[in-house]
Design a protein around this ligand. Structure first.
Ligand code: GLP
Length: 250
């Protein structure tokens, strides 16, 4: 993995957007794995900005999102489908048919997970996977657990994630307890993984991801085994990264 520390959130966002736009420019029909959460909002804003300037074209891009809450539909303001529409898709020329997000309202969640696996396979995997990271080291909604979940699956969210994500809901009781998440296998099969993290609450998770043992207790630690990972942190999230490790393959 290669790690970079950006001066602040806006420079982190610009760098991440640069990597995504390079991907789209060099391969216009790229399959982008996309993430939700507050971390990528600045990255998406930057991409929209470049799109508006005519520098980017998403007409042939396919997106495959990481996850969705069980029980929330795309009209629900807390759903990840809604988030993606408001923070990116409504502002660029990606085709609606090329957007993929697990359906949180599916009657049969197991079948929905299967369908999503077919979507990932049918698109021949992901060219560039954007990831945020949970305070407990989760990626997508792959929570710390006994084993690395391989494919799309239903997740019981941990207390720590429910707590962390409750800031976006009116009350903690409204946070769904379950989600559908792409598995570690699909994430690890992405050709390039771009992880972004900002703020002091992410510092421990980044330290464990980079220097800790590879363990399902810190799902992001598996990224140590991937051969093309870029991590961009702000100074706070990257405070435990040794200066000598910056910008080189570790
Ligand atoms: C959620 C999402 C993750 C995201 C994480 C961090 O749990 N499922 O994909 O990376 O939150 O979110 P934030 O960027 O808001 O800190």
């Amino acid at each position: 993995m290669k790690i970079y520390i950006a001066d602040d959130y806006s420079s982190l966002s610009r760098r991440a957007a640069n990597i995504i736009s390079a991907q789209v420019i060099t391969k216009p029909d790229s399959v982008l794995g996309l993430a939700t959460g507050s971390s990528p909002i600045g990255t998406y804003k930057q991409l929209i900005d470049w799109y508006n300037k005519g520098d980017l074209d998403f007409a042939e891009v396919t997106s495959i999102n990481l996850d969705e809450y069980v029980g929330l539909g795309k009209e629900d303001e807390q759903s990840y489908a809604y988030f993606m529409a408001k923070n990116l898709f409504d502002h660029i020329n990606i085709k609606k048919d090329n957007i993929n997000i697990p359906n949180g309202l599916a009657d049969n969640i197991e079948r929905e997970c299967e369908r999503y696996n077919y979507v990932i396979r049918g698109n021949h995997g992901i060219d560039l996977q954007l990831l945020g990271i949970g305070e407990n080291g989760h990626v997508g909604f792959n929570e710390p657990g006994e084993a690395f979940e391989k494919e799309t699956h239903e997740v019981m969210l941990t207390e720590s994630t429910i707590q962390a994500n409750s800031r976006l809901f009116k009350s903690i009781d409204e946070v769904p307890r379950k989600a559908i998440s792409m598995g570690i296998k699909a994430i690890m099969q992405a050709k390039h993984i771009l992880l972004i993290a900002n703020g002091p609450k992410k510092a421990d998770a980044i330290r464990e991801t980079v220097y800790g043992p590879v363990t399902p207790q810190v799902p992001a630690s598996i990224l140590q085994l991937h051969n093309h990972v870029t991590i961009i942190c702000d100074k706070e999230a990257g405070k435990y990264i040794k200066e000598t490790d910056l910008g080189r393959e570790i």
